[in-house]
Design a protein around this ligand. Structure first.
Ligand SMILES: *Cc1c(COP(=O)(O)O)cnc(C)c1O
Length: 522
């Protein structure tokens, strides 16, 4: 059925026999066309006189009209506000996306980040006019080094994956400095896709290390594969099954004995911050997702920040720039040779970004750290682990937890799809049904080591009441699946503005540009 805008109304409304509206809106949940469909290039939102005719001096290089739609300010504001309401957000409800640590972003952090001395400065300002900002970067660096027990940190990488690249480039530089051209990087089966992608991007061959039946790295298999061709082992701890790697020290010792380095994917640092220092486990490089552990906003393509801590062995190869405290003021060291610590930074592998990193995220992360203090950060980890175990134990009688018998989990609870056998309902159907219930789905089909994975990370910021309601919702959905309501699940989400999308097609053939109907018709 088409509404006044010539678009199909939210199909759920029709199927569920709900009232058809004249506008196509569903109460205050508003339908929204593309901006090109609302405005057009013939309209304008402002009253400006037509410019006087002048002779062109561009020699035929004038830009063609590009067809931007003209809208008034209220029309433009409403368009984007309506779109924003179709987006689920951490400020709307539980966002149990495993491995992503979607936690509340405290408003205090936002207030600090908006202070003009942090938000209105320019990276090319003279350093004596930005001493406070450099001190903030230096203080955050100090906290990150202290919390990880590592002597050096590179602040500039702008995301977790970017931090992985930073760490692996330092590892490659360290091998090159020894005159070694090692070719292989070992990555456990359960790793996040960015790990093998990073290693391959750096020119390494990636080899998988299998997992044990208990979901941990198979130490014997790792040891058997280590050799003179292995440059590094990339390990996530706690791993992406939400489990601590108890053999971490043995893994590091074996790796070092083979002349290789240990890269740790620190995306799951939230589970151990204040309790375990990765430096004590023999890690050589690790990125920290400030946008996960330290609560800075993420999702929707927003800025992240992925500082990388380094062991003494890799510190000389860390990228520039870095902030140095001279005792009286803060300096920005931007050149390899000119000011290095001794000749230490003469061996820096170079630069990763134009300037210093995500300043706004540094302010938010340091605000989070300082408002918690050392004991508060420790409690972050403890409560995150407690909440995840509460979810695991409240659901493992109706859902199947593949590693549930091997003891408590860390910050996230992993389920597989064995409990759905014979129901016709699959992992993705459960996820879609959760949308109808007002929840962002959990992480689905990752990690790959279990069948039909559902990875739930509640984080420490959720109350027991919120978790109880989420648990009750999942138990209700499982009961419906087992009661044979497969049709309900296959058609979910019923209440979202859009129903089942062809996600494979969207990923393989994304439509990234809008073509006016007049041209499309030709
Ligand atoms: C989030 C995540 C990454 C990548 O971090 P980005 O900031 O998204 O680039 C890498 N590994 C793991 C385990 C993660 O959860």
């Amino acid at each position: 059925m088409l509404n006044r805008q010539g678009r199909e109304t939210a199909p759920g409304a029709i199927e569920t026999g709900e009232i058809e509206t004249f506008t196509g809106n569903r109460g205050l949940a508003l339908e929204e066309p593309l901006i090109f469909e609302i405005g057009d290039s013939e309209r304008t939102g402002v009253d400006l006189l037509a410019p006087p005719k002048v002779a062109s001096r561009l020699g035929g290089l004038e830009r063609e009209p590009i067809g931007l739609p003209g809208l008034s300010e209220p029309e433009a504001v409403r368009h984007y506000t309506r779109l924003s309401r179709q987006n689920f957000a951490i400020d709307m409800g539980l966002f149990p996306l495993g491995s992503c640590t979607m936690k509340h972003n405290p408003r205090l952090n936002e207030k600090m980040a908006r202070l003009p001395g942090f938000s209105d400065i320019h990276p090319l300002q003279p350093v004596d006019s930005v001493q406070g900002a450099l001190e903030l970067i230096d203080s955050l660096a100090h906290w990150l080094k202290t919390l990880t027990g590592m002597p050096e940190v590179a602040m500039s990488p702008k995301a977790g994956a970017h931090g992985e690249l930073c760490g692996m480039l330092a590892i490659r530089a360290a091998h090159e400095a020894r005159g070694e051209a090692r070719k292989v990087v070992l990555v456990p089966e359960s790793a996040h896709g960015t790990n093998p992608a990073t290693a391959a991007f750096c020119g390494y061959e990636v080899e998988n290390i299998p997992a044990t039946p208990a979901g941990r790295v198979d130490l014997a298999a790792l040891k058997a594969r280590l050799g003179a061709d292995v440059a590094a082992v990339m390990i996530t701890n706690p791993n992406t099954c939400g489990l601590f790697e108890p053999d971490m020290i043995a893994i590091s010792e074996a790796t070092h004995a083979a002349g290789a380095y240990v890269y740790c994917d620190g995306a799951n640092f939230n589970a151990i911050v204040g309790r375990v220092r990765p430096g004590d486990l023999g890690v050589d490089a690790m990125h920290i997702n400030l946008h996960k552990t330290f609560s800075t906003p993420h999702g929707g393509g927003g800025p992240g920040a992925g500082p990388v801590v380094f062991s003494a062995a890799l510190a000389p190869f860390a990228p520039l720039p870095f902030v140095r405290h001279t005792g009286t003021h803060f300096e920005l060291v931007e050149e390899e040779q000119a000011h290095g610590r001794g000749d230490a930074h003469a061996r820096s592998f170079g630069r990763m970004v134009a300037f210093h990193g995500q300043m706004g995220m540094f302010v938010r992360a340091l605000s989070y750290i300082m408002s918690h203090g050392a004991d508060g950060l420790r409690q972050v980890a403890e409560d995150a682990v407690l909440n995840a175990n509460y979810v695991l134990r409240s659901l493992d009688d109706v859902m199947t937890a593949p590693f549930g018998t091997s003891g408590p989990c860390m910050h996230e609870a992993l389920f597989d799809d064995h409990f759905l056998e014979g129901t016709g309902v699959t992992t993705i159907d459960i996820a879609k049904a959760l949308i109808d219930e007002g929840y962002h789905p959990m992480t689905m089909y990752f990690p790959l080591v279990v069948h039909g994975a559902m990875l739930i990370e509640p984080t420490e910021t959720e109350s027991k009441a919120t978790l109880d309601q989420f648990i009750a919702t999942l138990r209700h959905l499982v009961a419906r699946a087992k009661a044979g309501e497969v049709e309900h699940f296959k058609a979910a989400p019923h209440l979202a503005p859009r129903r089942r999308l062809d996600e494979t097609l969207a990923a393989r053939k994304p439509v990234l540009s809008w073509v006016p109907e007049s041209i499309a018709a030709e």
